[in-house]
Design a protein around this ligand. Structure first.
Ligand SMILES: O=C(O)CCC(=O)C(=O)O
Ligand SMILES: [Fe+2]
Length: 378
């Protein structure tokens, strides 16, 4: 297996802006150490609570979940519950739909969900608060991207990405998605084939995705530049085993590694015990916006080795407001970039055209994948 070093970045470090740009260029993915310091931050308790809410929902009988199914009229397109095999993220290669369930929650309007939450209704306020904290973290990371990309002050400097990601200025495609991958043993009459997947290979559509995983529930893989697949640890800090999974595949970024310590001692970095790292990835829109400099990496979720293993994960797909105009980011790094990702993101097409808006970008991306605007939850 090739050496795979997905950095774990401390956002409070002076090197963080440089480190996240380097990680996003190379992998499209990186971890951030979750060191919440204010009530607006995502504390580990918030993450545990949203997983409990998610678990409570997915364990309900199918009839209760069908009340809020994605194809019900009240749910509206893209919002609500998706049953097993309802979505196929990689239709060209999959014989069978994704072996997962999901619940898509779109942006709130005036403090309330913009869709029926059914059995999740008692948690409406909490879920909305969690999504806003996720958005706040995305904005913080976008500020670091602006610094790392050296956007001149005259063009907005560190704040460059903030007005387009201000949800008070208009609607956006941002989505909070609860995910559940049942144990393979759950459907003995229809066992999966070896080439089935929990989530087919795809890239995300928005600017950034936050992904929350639970230690011990791995399965996510990302595609490296050479086309090979690499597993992403579910517990990069090794908090459950006492052994960082970094021994397998992840190391902390060099700027964060304490002298003489190749592993990761969370206490040494000031994060509280039990705090895990949050996985971040660049989506197609941010890749397009940066002329392909930042990579929107293809990823998938594979079947577990043990048929009894389930997996819960939570994704927050952060999008700019629909009206945001995606003019090439004013950064010399972006202007000078000439790699393959440019073509993949359709940058060449954009030259000479009027600026594409976030909404147009999303619609275009959906058409390319599905031939329709149906599956927006990414
Ligand atoms: O569950 C995961 O780990 C990944 C989910 C994902 O990539 C997606 O829903 O876009
Ligand atoms: Fe994804």
């Amino acid at each position: 297996m090739a050496a795979f070093k997905l950095p774990i970045i401390d956002l409070t470090s002076p090197d963080s802006a440089h480190d996240i740009v380097a990680a996003a260029r190379e992998y499209g993915f990186f971890f951030v150490r979750n060191t919440s310091s204010s009530a607006d931050d995502l504390a580990q308790g918030d993450i545990d609570q949203i997983f409990n809410i998610s678990k409570g929902f997915f364990q309900l009988p199918v009839e209760r979940k069908e009340e809020v199914a994605i194809n019900s009229i009240e749910s509206g397109s893209n919002r609500g519950w998706l049953a097993m095999e309802r979505e196929t993220l990689d239709p060209q290669h999959q014989k069978r739909g994704d072996l997962k369930e999901a619940f898509n929650i779109s942006e709130y309007r005036s403090g309330h969900a913009n869709q029926p939450l059914g059995p999740l209704s008692p948690h409406e306020a909490y879920v909305g608060e969690f999504a806003s904290k996720c958005h706040g973290l995305c904005r913080r990371i976008l500020e670091l991207f602006a610094i790392g990309l050296q956007i001149p002050t005259s063009s907005g400097g560190p704040s460059y990405f903030l007005p387009p990601h201000d949800p008070t200025t208009g609607p956006s495609g941002s989505i909070l998605r609860l995910l559940y991958y049942p144990p393979l043993s759950a459907a003995p009459s229809n066992p999966p084939a070896t080439d089935d997947v929990r989530a087919g290979a795809h890239s995300d559509y928005g600017s950034l995705t936050l992904l929350f995983q639970r230690p011990g529930e791995s399965g996510l893989e990302i595609q490296l530049k050479d086309g090979s697949w690499m597993p992403v640890p579910s517990d990069p800090l090794g908090l459950t085993s006492g052994n960082p999974s970094s021994n397998l595949s992840t190391v902390i970024s060099p700027s964060q590694r304490p002298e003489g310590n190749d592993g990761e001692d969370s206490a040494a970095h000031g994060s509280s015990p039990g705090c895990n790292a949050i996985l971040i990835n660049v989506g197609d829109l941010l890749s397009f916006w940066t002329n392909g400099l930042l990579r929107s990496a293809v990823h998938r979720v594979v079947l577990p080795a043990e048929a009894s293993h389930d997996r819960y994960s939570i994704a927050y797909f952060c999008h700019p407001v629909d009206s945001a105009e995606l003019r090439a980011v004013p950064s010399e790094l972006v202007g000078e970039y000439r790699g393959d990702e440019r073509d993949r993101q359709g940058f060449a097409e954009r030259v000479g055209e009027k600026a594409v808006t976030a909404k147009e970008h999303l619609e275009r991306r959906l058409r390319e994948t599905y031939g329709s605007g149906k599956e927006e939850g990414k």
